[in-house]
Write a protein of this length. Structure first.
Length: 743
């Protein structure tokens, strides 16, 4: 028979632990009727030292921590003693008030401090150190904290986590509780970090029926959204209905009705672009794919921005100017760039893509074309600038995102200025970003897409580069010859071997040997042995043998997040090894410390920081509850509540490394990663290393990865749309009268 529920109340002395992800909290409380502090554990909204807590639950004995009070319901109230108020205000609850200011406020206003803040805020200026600006910030933070707290209590009352209360308040303001009550599923669409499952729990709690139309419609959009996260642009309707009915545990007929409603409401679109295969699209993806195909076709049919000239003579001139002898495939690519409006240049490392782009730029800029260079990531754009000597921007920066409207300022109505657009790392372009970029390119311009089609596809939906190449309607220059200088690098030769389905070659030596190589494979039979070896490599052997800085020049890349050799565990291990003593904060299940290497994991247009950007935490301010993170020499402020946008990046997944290069890469390839082992995954990881690559793992895992070639398992229809839009023939430019002359 279960023990009878008991009641306990007292003042919170300290919050020993609080998980924003689950709400699980450990409190030390000065409880009525108890001489010593007692421990209360349970799920609860954010609480602070100094508050009065009332809890109902049962006493339990934990094997490790002893007697605890396991709370089932918790209510908190503001403290009413001077001691409690000081603890409460100094706990970091309100940005701008730390322990020192809390002491001053209580000294000045005693137990009336809350009334002073809310009813007589001008009196705050009587306290030493509080001027107009600090008063304004304090009052704003107090109001925000109060609203967030009300939302947290509301969410907690419905049995869900309170981790996202801050974002809910920022999104909906004072209408937050009303919005959540009327349609909880909006949370999954509007709030970063809240998924359908959480919204579904709230919906059940506020009384939305299991088989309701609103739940079925939200479920369909959620499932289709998950499929787009896996790279699909569309999905067969019957399969979509089956997956949704299974997940929601409702009749298929209810799901079919929901799909029909969403189609009629134009939130979904159904098309048959492949023979006898109808597909359902999210409306935004259907628009992006159709308009991208149409714009590429329109660009390809236009007149070349440069009047016809003697191309062969220009090529000779460019070779003399640069001192480079082009290979025949490169010469043919230059000819196409001088006569065609849209061109793809693809190939692996060391095949001369950069040289080719530089020659094209030399020739066409000499013909007075204005060149615009861009890439999906900041690191890729910087590398492009370094290799061309011209300014290159990220695509987001080029398109001028406006945080006020959540739109790009540059679009079809406000196109970019330029005659020649060169886009590097095109394999990273997902469907939506590709459409946003291409629609802003003026119709008269030439578009040069450069990338390695054999790398991993984009993180977002689509296979833009592969679909363009496979359509057969856009000219493609595929470079395959490895040049002599690159051929001396084992990184380059092994990348090509892996891409061709062959095992890499590596010296039968240890990293500490004096014989030089830029590629090593070190065997580690167990994941535990691999973890230990990676620690020694990063912290000792690589810095000693090769002189690389373990924080700024060595990057661990891994196939997946989970497991001993996954990014999560390796990050914790390397953080402890490389940055153990710095002061830290616990946020969203992770410890962040000053000096930590972190990665942004979502686009934040307000901060001008994007998914995949790597930075360093340079400052943590517990009084203000905010931090500063440096990205490429620029400090960006983060509130502690925004730390779910970043993660530790001592180790990152290979997917997240796309578009980046590192002086040294350490990459585990182990059978623990069995489900993720693919040829293009290992190929992409190897090609991220510029001067040194060390693979740690088992030969068996490497053999599995090399054998598994990428299958075309994403459902996309850009290829078909391009073929239909071009009449299945190659796009040709409008003919012009031949003009003599040279560059």
């Amino acid at each position: 028979m279960p023990a009878q529920q008991e009641h306990i109340g007292g003042q919170i002395e300290r919050v020993t632990f609080h998980s924003d992800a689950t709400g699980f909290t450990v409190l030390r409380v000065k409880a009525r009727g108890h001489r010593d502090l007692v421990t209360i554990v349970g799920a609860m909204p954010g609480v602070s030292a100094g508050e009065w807590v009332e809890a109902d639950g049962r006493w339990v004995v934990d094997r490790e921590h002893g007697q605890q009070f396991k709370a089932e319901t918790v209510r908190t109230a503001r403290p009413d003693t001077a001691e409690g108020i000081e603890k409460y205000l100094g706990s970091g609850l309100v940005r701008g008030i730390g322990p020192a200011f809390a002491r001053r406020l209580v000294s000045a206003f005693g137990q009336q401090v809350f009334d002073t803040i809310e009813q007589h805020p001008d009196r705050l200026r009587q306290v030493d150190g509080i001027g107009p600006k600090r008063q304004e910030r304090l009052l704003a933070a107090w109001a925000e904290q109060k609203a967030v707290r009300d939302i947290m209590v509301f969410l907690h009352s419905h049995g869900v986590s309170t981790a996202r209360a801050f974002r809910i308040y920022k999104t909906y303001g004072d209408a937050a509780i009303q919005t959540v009550t009327e349609n909880p599923y909006r949370l999954a669409q509007d709030i970063w970090g809240i998924g359908f499952q959480t919204a579904d729990k709230i919906a059940a709690s506020v009384g939305i029926a299991r088989e309701s139309d609103i739940r079925a419609r939200a479920g369909v959009e959620y499932v289709l959204g998950v499929l787009t996260d896996e790279g699909h642009c569309a999905y067969p309707p019957d399969d979509l209905a089956g997956k949704t009915a299974e997940m929601l545990e409702i009749p298929p007929a209810t799901v079919q009705a929901a799909i029909e409603h969403l189609l009629a409401d134009q939130r979904l679109v159904m098309r048959t672009l492949q023979p006898e295969r109808p597909l359902v699209y999210l409306a935004a993806l259907d628009t992006s794919e159709s308009r991208l195909a149409a714009k590429l076709a329109r660009l390809g049919r236009g007149a070349h921005p440069c009047p016809p000239f003697d191309v062969d003579r220009a090529i000779d001139w460019a070779q003399q100017k640069t001192g480079i002898d082009l290979a025949e495939a490169q010469i043919e690519a230059v000819r196409m760039a001088c006569t065609r409006k849209v061109l793809v240049v693809t190939g692996g490392p060391g095949v001369g893509k950069t040289t080719l782009v530089n020659v094209i730029l030399n020739i066409l800029r000499a013909k007075h074309l204005q060149a615009v260079l861009c890439a999906p990531t900041g690191r890729a754009a910087k590398r492009m600038s370094d290799t061309t000597g011209l300014e290159a921007k990220t695509i987001h920066r080029l398109l001028e995102f406006d945080p006020q409207t959540a739109q790009f300022r540059r679009d079809a109505e406000h196109p970019l200025a330029g005659d020649l657009f060169v886009v590097d790392e095109t394999s990273m372009l997902d469907l939506v970003l590709a459409h946003q970029l291409v629609r802003a390119i003026p119709d008269h311009a030439l578009l040069l897409l450069v990338g390695d089609v054999d790398q991993l596809p984009s993180v977002g939906p689509g296979m833009v580069l592969r679909d363009i190449i496979e359509s057969g309607v856009i000219p493609v220059s595929r470079l395959t010859r490895i040049f002599r200088q690159a051929a001396s690098s084992r990184i380059v030769t092994n990348a090509h071997r892996v891409n061709q389905g062959q095992l890499p070659l590596y010296p039968r030596t240890r990293v500490t040997d004096t014989r030089a190589s830029d590629f090593y494979f070190i065997e580690a039979e167990s994941p535990e042995a691999g973890e230990s070896l990676i620690r020694r490599l990063v912290t000792e052997r690589i810095p000693q043998r090769f002189g690389f800085d373990p924080l700024t020049e060595v990057q661990v890349l891994t196939p997946m997040q989970r497991g001993i050799l996954g990014a999560r565990n390796l990050n914790q291990m390397l953080q402890q090894a490389l940055n153990p003593q710095a002061a830290g904060i616990e946020r969203f299940g992770l410890t962040f410390r000053s000096g930590d290497k972190v990665m942004q994991i979502r686009n934040n247009y307000d901060k001008n920081v994007y998914n995949g950007d790597i930075g360093r935490i340079v400052r943590l301010d517990s009084d203000e509850r905010q931090a500063a993170i440096e990205f490429d020499g620029r400090e960006v402020p983060y509130l502690y509540d925004e730390f779910d946008e970043v993660t530790l990046s001592y180790a990152v997944t290979i997917h997240k490394s796309q578009g980046s290069e590192y002086p040294c890469v350490v990459m585990p390839v182990h059978t623990q990663h069995f489900m993720m082992l693919q040829r293009n995954l290992v190929y992409t990881g190897i090609t991220r290393g510029r001067r040194l690559v060390i693979v740690v793992g088992t030969p068996k895992a490497m053999a599995i990865a090399v054998k598994r070639s990428q299958s075309r398992n994403r459902i996309t229809t850009l290829r078909e749309r391009l073929q239909r839009g071009s009449g299945s023939g190659p796009l040709v430019q409008t003919s012009q009268k031949q003009e003599s002359g040279s560059c």
